[in-house]
Design a protein around this ligand. Structure first.
Ligand code: FES
Ligand code: MG
Length: 591
């Protein structure tokens, strides 16, 4: 370090050719006690992009962790500037938190581009906070480092105190118990809240732990950062080291584009399969890659992810939780397995300046009940299946959560193994689903397929996590706890449902799901990764001619702007814009 180079912030704070402008930029930052010496002596000015706030409880402890980040920045000679990021709380935002990912991204781009920042610490945690901040850092391409907030501690059962209770996942199983009448409302609420015993993000391998693990796999955080539980002493310690490291990254000019190469995205795809990661990862990685000009597509998930085995035994695909994942070795242990198996690229760089091969190449002892060896995985070929057919151009299915009972019920037809057919029951959105699911008039049985539409980026703006639909209570009471589900929305990363989701194009964009009718026969063929409605092409064309235009009602100004620009989930649910506007090439100065 300390090869001093002219820093970006000097254009604001130390430009002798524009003394008036420099004075204007600098004087107000002195009004709370900063000194000219700090701002004009070539010290890196480091942003702390703060995603923690009272509305975003999953990230709230970042407000405390920022103190250690500041100390690290100071320790290395930098000057910290903390500022807020638009809140994104997965569990709290209506209609969807996904709507706000692009908004937070746009807001952060303006901050990183428009203020005198030489580098930035991205505080991440709850689902969309990780992709939103990485998208912005990738677009502006100034040195950036991820500080994950970490998962909550393990949750434990109220009655069976040895039973791990995972966030999100417990809702799906407790809802079944409640439907059967095995527990009352108070017990239901007790079960669910037991899953959240401390600050931090979801403790299951949901979207939050997935995205933070992928950020680490791509090299954007210090090694081992993703899985450290929010309350462990290692968490403020790594906050300190993260603050220190970003200062050196500025001196080294180590930028997101140096780290997040196509190969590092492919590593992240492989790691996603190995950890049993969330189906929300493909659109998020796509949106980040788009900002770097890295070519990525769903084919990459098929070609590089589908055949990777499941190594991590975490809910919802397994039994353990984030705290166990950390104690078993976290991302470094999984990446080490992938590297030694020869399926990951060890030449990719990490923010530390080292390559993944240097960091993770050597085997370290670990708990093999939680992170299994590559040669003895929990499941082979455990990545996402990329499905195609006459209802959509693409959709994905998380194979690592195809459980034994689903397999027995639906995939062991002796004449057509891995092919299931069913009667479609079509819902127009989550409200319609909740309204009608228990209606006996639908006469559902175990041979039905639940379909939900109008839930994609346009239809339910942002795209709703609703495709994992529980069967009607009368079927749950008969022991049918899971029906196959298809939809143009997403599903929570905490769900163990092997739903077929993210269907693109969505119904509201004219996708084939809009043509489906209740009682149509639908075939899911896992041998050929196809989903088709068994209706003639002529009939589909007739239905298309009769299709009314979608009724999209915007409740807020942002919804209108979002809908005018958003792409489909296979393209990342991204902002449609000219290529040259996605990447901020010139990183400072007045236009
Ligand atoms: Fe915030 Fe799961 S709801 S991490
Ligand atoms: Mg979610």
């Amino acid at each position: 370090m300390n090869t001093k180079r002219k820093l970006r912030s000097a254009d604001w704070f130390n430009d002798p050719s524009q003394p008036d402008q420099t004075a204007i930029y600098i004087e107000r930052y002195l009004n709370y006690g900063l000194t000219r010496e700090e701002l004009q002596s070539g010290r890196p000015i480091i942003g702390i992009a703060q995603t923690g706030n009272d509305l975003t409880p999953c990230n709230r402890h970042h407000m405390d962790l920022a103190r250690r980040v500041r100390e690290g920045i100071r320790d290395a000679g930098g000057v910290p500037f903390e500022f807020p990021v638009h809140p994104i709380a997965e569990m709290g935002k209506r209609p969807t938190a996904a709507l706000d990912r692009n908004l937070a991204y746009l807001g952060l781009v303006e901050i990183l581009y428009g203020y005198p920042l030489d580098g930035v610490v991205l505080t991440t945690g709850c689902d969309k906070t990780t992709p939103a901040t990485l998208m912005a850092a990738a677009a502006v391409d100034i040195p950036a480092i991820v500080l994950s907030g970490g998962p909550m501690l393990n949750g434990w059962g109220r009655e069976d105190t040895d039973q791990r209770v995972g966030s999100g996942s417990i809702i799906w199983t407790s809802r079944e118990d409640y439907a059967r009448g095995d527990i009352d409302y108070e017990q239901f609420m007790d079960n669910v809240t037991a899953s959240a015993p401390s600050v931090g993000h979801c403790n299951t391998m949901g979207t939050a732990l997935t995205m933070n693990s992928l950020a680490e796999a791509m090299g954007m955080s210090l090694p081992g950062c993703a899985a450290i539980p929010a309350t462990y002493k290692e968490r403020p310690a790594i906050a300190f080291h993260t603050g220190k490291r970003i200062v050196d990254m500025v001196f080294e000019d180590l930028k997101p584009s140096d780290i997040m190469t196509r190969e590092s995205f492919l590593n992240a795809i492989r790691l996603c399969s190995a950890i049993g990661g969330s189906t929300n990862a493909p659109p998020h990685l796509q949106a980040i890659a788009n900002r770097l000009g890295v070519k990525l597509s769903l084919e990459d998930w098929q070609d590089h992810g589908e055949e990777i085995p499941l190594l991590v035994n975490c809910q919802p695909a397994g039994e353990f939780l984030g705290e166990d994942f950390y104690r078993a070795g976290g991302v470094p242990a999984v990446m080490g397995e992938l590297l030694r198996a020869g399926v990951a690229d060890g030449s990719c760089r990490n923010v530390s300046g080292k390559t993944l091969g240097e960091l993770y190449g050597e085997q370290v002892p670990r708990n093999e009940k939680v992170i299994l060896p590559y040669t003895q995985p929990l499941m082979e070929n455990a990545g996402f299946a990329v499905m195609r057919g006459n209802l959509f151009d693409s959709a994905i299915m998380k194979k690592s959560v195809i459980g034994d009972s689903f397999r027995e019920h639906y995939l062991q037809n002796p004449e057509h193994p891995n092919v299931l057919r069913g009667r479609a029951i079509v819902f127009e959105g989550p409200e319609d689903y909740h309204h009608r699911i228990d209606d006996p008039a639908l006469e559902m049985d175990e041979h039905c397929i639940l379909v939900i539409r109008n839930c994609g980026p346009l239809g339910y703006p942002g795209s709703a996590e609703v495709v994992n639909m529980r069967p009607p209570d009368y079927l749950i009471k008969r022991g049918v706890t899971g029906l196959p589900c298809i939809g143009d929305g997403r599903q929570s990363g905490t769900s163990a449902s092997p739903s077929i989701l993210n269907a693109s194009p969505e119904a509201a964009a004219g996708g084939g799901l809009a043509l489906l009718q209740t009682d149509d026969r639908v075939q899911v063929d896992l041998n050929n990764n196809r989903v088709d409605v068994l209706v003639s092409e002529e009939e589909l064309q007739r239905r298309r001619a009769d299709l009314p235009p979608p009724q999209l009602v915007n409740q807020t100004p942002w919804q209108e702007i979002y809908r005018n620009h958003v792409t489909q989930l296979d393209e990342g649910g991204d902002m449609k814009m000219d290529e040259e506007h996605i990447r901020i090439v010139e990183t400072h100065g007045t236009p």
